[in-house]
Write a protein that binds this ligand. Sequence first.
Ligand code: GAR
Length: 203
Amino acid sequence: RTRVAVLVSGRGSNLHALMAACAAPDYPAEIALVLSNNPDAPGLDAARDAGIPAQAIDHRPHGRDRAAHERQIDGALREAGIACVCLAGYMRLLTPLLTGTWTGRMLNIHPSLLPAFPGLHTHERALATGVKLHGCTVHLVTERVDDGPILGQAAVCVHPDDTPDSLAARVLEQEHRLYPLALRRHLEGARAEPLHEGVLLAV
Ligand code: GAR
């Protein structure tokens, strides 16, 4: 099984979804390390409770030296023999130090149907724009933020009475379905089942 590290900054619900998927005996990955830039991230405790090594690597002592922080992260990933990294609500911008080292081996989940709405406040912006379909994307990480080859997407209909919170909650449900499927597909390639087949039509 591929040794995967999950990087989180906050709530950690996508980490939970990945941990649940990895509990299945036929899943091709195991979570071998959880890292967070935020020592208070609830995901760190959840990982430890599940017997997964979890480490806070705080960015604050490094000030503006992003490279120094990333060197520390890269060192921890190597030490743990990690082969693939999943960013799951990891809210630090990455420099080429990490994106270059982990090209093709680092995935991210983003709460929009990329290339629409890169960056922050995606649900507010989706509502303000009036899109009828919204959703989430799992993609390979490149130097450019919220860019890179798309591995999978899941869409939801936008309801006329949606608020950013109600829309975010529906998208999050899909994130939890999508991330484990997209990771499996990435690791197994053609051997994995297709993610999903179907047509979603919203008027
Ligand atoms: C998720 O919605 C994820 O897509 C988003 O942060 C949330 C983290 O939730 N990521 C980004 O916005 C990355 N730019 P979680 O901590 O409960 O998984």
